[in-house]
Ligand binder design. Sequence first.
Ligand code: ASP
Length: 615
Amino acid sequence: MAEPAGSGGRAEPAGSGGRAEPAGSGGRAEPAGSEGRAEPAERLGEATALRTGMCGTLGPSDAGRQVHLCGWVARRREHGEHLAFVDLRDHTGVVQCVVDGAHDLRSEYVVRVTGTVRLRPEGTVNPALATGEVEVGDCEVELLSAAEPPPFSIDGRGPDTDEVIRLRHRYVDLRRERMQHNLRLRARVNSAIRRAMDEQGFVEVETPMFVASTPEGARDFLVPSRLKPGSFYALPQSPQLFKQMSMVGGIDRYYQIARCMRDEDLRADRQLEFTQLDAELSFASQEDVLQAISHAVRAAAAAAGHEVGEIGRITWHDAQERYGSDKPDVRFGMELVELTPLFASTGFNAFRAPCVKAVAVPGGAALGRGRTDALTDFARRSGAKGLAWLKRTAAGPAGLEGPILKFLSEEERAGLPGEPDDLLLFVADERVLGLLRLELGRPPVNEGGLHLLWVVDFPLFDGVDEATGRPLPAHHPFTMPHAEDLDRLEAEPLAVRSQAYDLVLNGWELGSGSVRIHQGGVQQRVFDLLGISPEEAERKFGFLLAAFRYGAPPHAGFAFGIDRLVALLAGEENIREVIAYPKTQSGTDPLTGAPTPVDPDDLELYGLRLLPPPT
Ligand code: ASP
């Protein structure tokens, strides 16, 4: 049997009992029960041919031990005439080494230090450092690699440095405590997810990267085929069709930590390629999926030191009514207040609308005119006709102030909500009110704990395509309508609910899934409504429909985004902080320069010729 790597004939790992907190944990939650203890795999990797253990874990119990340490020079300070203090850094932290001042050791040189751990002299203990009670003395130093001066300082959290420069030198940026913490957290989360899925009988199946187009509704990335010039592979927007075919193939419970690629315009929370936990279950209901995924998400959160209890549920309809959003951030109140009946026969033109709602902003009465004007602009830019507001100075109809007050009847004033000092915002559009609620109430990403929520009973269709008059699908076309609504599929498509569900975390859509249509009859009705002709269905998903003719079990699935989950667990606003090699917001990679032009001869191989660039 093969010896585990790094364990054969090597020195005992240093400090593996009673480890100090790793340096990379700066101020963030560590996994429950992991304190003072590394993962076994990490402990195995500590001693190698070149080192006896790690820098950041040395403590008083190591005093007297001779150690070999390897790492990067974090800092050098002269100490008297002949000696220098060198802070040696590896991913576990730094330790002070006392070396001969003659060594030319500069920042980020890679060295191997051999010396003896000793307690620091009285008065020189550094309580700010995990290893601050000790130092390594009588050091011999071996230079393993010299280094150019780093393009930016490796200490500190990093927002100081321009992100493009950080990404161009990502290999240097990754040495920072923040990135070390985030990537290790991500690895723990991935392995907790895998364990949770394995425990529940899921089988990890890898699906191909070069595929035919997938129906997620974004634009495909295309890869030209050299062997079949003029033809293209699509990169998968998700493994959707393969996981469904795997159900036909008797896999029963599939999962994959899958890379997905969508050629979308980038926003702060999007990357062109991203990672999902993708899952599919046979002979399963929506409830089975929710249970299985909840288990995996709880395990992921636990790996980051967060305990998640029972995950609440809300229908899509209620989420819209109460929060003006299908991904409500329930870390704070400020729920929308229904006022349509109150204004049913109002004389105020702006409130003569099918829906009038308000939010009460606690303490908002103190906002000045500049701010209320800015909110009005915000509402207009978000698509509302306008924004009306009132300030509540006291309880009751007399305790209100504001320019619209004169248009409201006594009865209407008496029916208005709010506590003293609230600002009441009124909009005849619950979506815009939902955005205002977030704008004014949303806590920073790392505040308010983790609030997960299942949003269920999404509508099957999103609205009507003005050009064709046909309903627009809210999900992919294999989403099963709600059993109770099947009868009105053709008569009232917009009223039909689907068996589709989302998982929302602190106002972010973490993932979505659905029970799938596995019977040809229902599928045909949905295709007909969407205007997908038999020829188009055959061309786009003929292979899936063919698979279904050979014995398709009822099945259902889900996928959630790991980048966003890890970002929220790490308290990071930006998902690029939890991705080792992300693209910028313009879709480029400053490290490799991708995307890059291709040599015309290479294009020829694929049967391609470029058009002149658009002017
Ligand atoms: N394939 C879907 C997605 O990537 C998730 C699912 O329905 O399973 O969003």
